[in-house]
Ligand binder design. Structure first.
Ligand SMILES: [Zn+2]
Length: 45
């Protein structure tokens, strides 16, 4: 399941919620971004 984050309030919203209405249920924002699941940490040597 895809997860998005509201750009405005930062809450996680699943695509199931966005299927019904493409707005944030918390703040009615329409801007979302996809948070990365794996944050690659690069060690500088
Ligand atoms: Zn929001």
């Amino acid at each position: 399941m895809a997860q998005y984050k509201c750009f405005s309030c930062g809450k996680v919203i699943t695509n199931k919620i966005l299927e019904k209405r493409f707005v944030c249920p918390h703040c009615n924002s329409k801007i979302f971004y996809k948070p990365r699941k794996h944050i690659a940490k690069v060690k500088a040597i």
